[in-house]
Design a protein around this ligand. Structure first.
Ligand SMILES: [Zn+2]
Length: 412
């Protein structure tokens, strides 16, 4: 029956084709004064991007002679749309919590989440990975689907639905216990639309006198292995919130796909991350800046900050794969997630490395590199533009002047 229906649909399409042949393709042109394609170490100059059906058709140094509807960004630098691999569109700000917003209806929370997804896009983040539905389980998957169907504007979105933790871990997670119980939780998350399984691998992070962070693991290794096995069996992947030595070690042993935060990662675990291809998503801005309530608190916390920065620097030296993830939502969405880029440069990345972590590398983590992450023929026309040279100053990305997603202008 399915085959018959598709055959009928095919002949219907043929019947509707005009006798004069297929229509001319609709083309859009974007002229960029400079362009960073996500691959090169350098800018190209005076590039015209030709876009057809939402994708880049060509990048060329000259525009066709008769061009209507050219978008002129000749005083701007174009880059691939940014990717934040750790967001929370369903998070509530401190002010909203004070107003009791956690008791709002599911629809109110979902609408708020949709507006924050839209804000991510306005900031130039054309793809995000949202890692926990914050007590509104499935709302992230609904927002993602509504965006994909074109009902509301927003970034391309991968979601986790409710993150998994063990019993007694609070209302914003899905508690599971035992290997079988956690397999079941993974299956339920997949059924609700999870692209990723988020596991909270730790609680009770503490700084030890020897200059490391350690923590109390939530799951047993057996439970974590069951989660990873079940997720991978269903072509889903696992992001582990893991802050200190023990939880990172267990998550790496279990074979998760990304370590979120990783405030301290032991050198031997970093070596295993490298060999297994496990990603490190260091939320540097949150952990070294945004988390502090006052300058005094920030000053007192500097010994811990040094451990986090040392871990980041060791990861760069070791060659562990780093993807850009900020945990925005844990800090307020009134701040652009691009605020973390200069910090990554300050602590050892080159500007190109930092920009790659938020474009091509992030796309690799999301396994969407065939479609996004670089500007080249065949990929989606997800484009941002900024003033100045972002390869000299990545802070330029904190003020994008132009955003296009899939060939559609979002902001100009
Ligand atoms: Zn988070």
């Amino acid at each position: 029956m399915l085959i018959a229906a598709s055959v009928l649909a095919g002949s219907g399409a043929l019947a509707q084709m005009p006798a004069s042949g297929p229509a001319q393709p609709q083309l859009t042109y974007v002229r960029c004064g400079a362009l960073w394609d996500g691959k090169s170490d350098q800018l190209q100059h005076d590039i015209v991007i030709t876009i057809e059906a939402g994708r880049v058709r060509t990048l060329a140094t000259t525009a066709p002679s008769q061009v209507s509807g050219l978008i002129d960004l000749s005083d701007q630098t174009c880059l691939p749309g940014l990717i934040d691999t750790h967001t929370h569109v369903l998070a509530l700000s401190a002010g909203e919590m004070q107003q009791g917003a956690e008791n709002d209806s599911v629809s109110a929370r979902t609408l708020r989440g949709a507006s924050l997804a839209r804000r991510a896009l306005d900031y130039g983040f054309t793809s995000i990975r949202d890692l926990n539905s914050m007590g509104v389980d499935g709302a992230d998957a609904d927002i993602s689907r509504a965006i994909a169907r074109g009902l509301i504007p927003g970034p391309r979105m991968q979601v986790a639905t409710a993150g998994l933790s063990t019993s007694g871990s609070g209302s914003t997670v899905h508690a599971c216990d035992g290997a079988d119980g956690c397999r079941r939780a993974v299956r339920e998350a997949v059924a609700r639309g999870a692209n990723w399984i988020k596991v909270f691998a730790d609680r009770g992070v503490r700084r030890l006198p020897e200059g490391i962070f350690d923590d109390q693991p939530t799951f047993t290794l057996e439970e974590l292995r069951a989660i990873v096995d079940e997720a991978h069996r269903q072509a889903r992947r696992v992001a582990a919130h893991a802050s200190g030595k023990t939880s990172v070690h267990n998550a790496v042993e279990a074979g998760v796909d990304s370590i979120e935060h990783g405030m301290y990662i032991a050198p031997e675990d970093m070596t295993v991350m490298l060999s297994k291809g496990i990603w490190y998503v260091p939320s540097l801005y949150l952990m070294t800046k945004a988390v502090f309530g006052s300058p005094e608190q920030e000053a007192q916390s500097q010994p811990g900050v040094r451990i986090i920065i040392d871990t980041f620097k060791r990861a760069l030296r070791t060659g562990v794969k780093v993807a850009y993830g900020t945990d925005v939502g844990a800090f307020d969405w009134t701040t652009t997630p691009a605020i973390q880029l200069p910090l990554m440069v300050q602590h050892g990345m080159t500007p190109v490395q930092a920009l790659r972590s938020a474009t091509a590398a992030a796309a690799e983590l999301l396994q969407t590199q065939r479609d996004v992450g670089t500007l080249e023929a065949g990929k989606f026309a997800d484009i941002v533009a900024v003033s100045g040279n972002p390869l000299e100053d990545v802070a330029a990305l904190q003020k994008v002047s132009f955003v296009m997603k899939g060939g559609v202008v979002i902001r100009r």
